[in-house]
Design a protein around this ligand. Sequence first.
Ligand SMILES: [Zn+2]
Length: 84
Amino acid sequence: MSSVKRFIAGVVCPRCAAMDRIRAWEQNGIRYRDCVNCDFFEQLPIDDEPADELTTRVNEVREEQKHQDDVEPVRILDPGKSSP
Ligand SMILES: [Zn+2]
């Protein structure tokens, strides 16, 4: 299994109050959240969550997409340096 950390849009960090700095991911039945702006970190057991947005979490296609996102390389094209 692979877990991909995703930023949650519109979420404010409870520690440093920075917006859009919270990442969330799931691993081994635990949902994790952390902040890239400070050292905030928390983990929540997924089974305690109400089944609203997590209803479709058991979705093979979704897992495959997450995996693709995980391994997709980041390519930065810089035409200005294409020739020595
Ligand atoms: Zn923070």
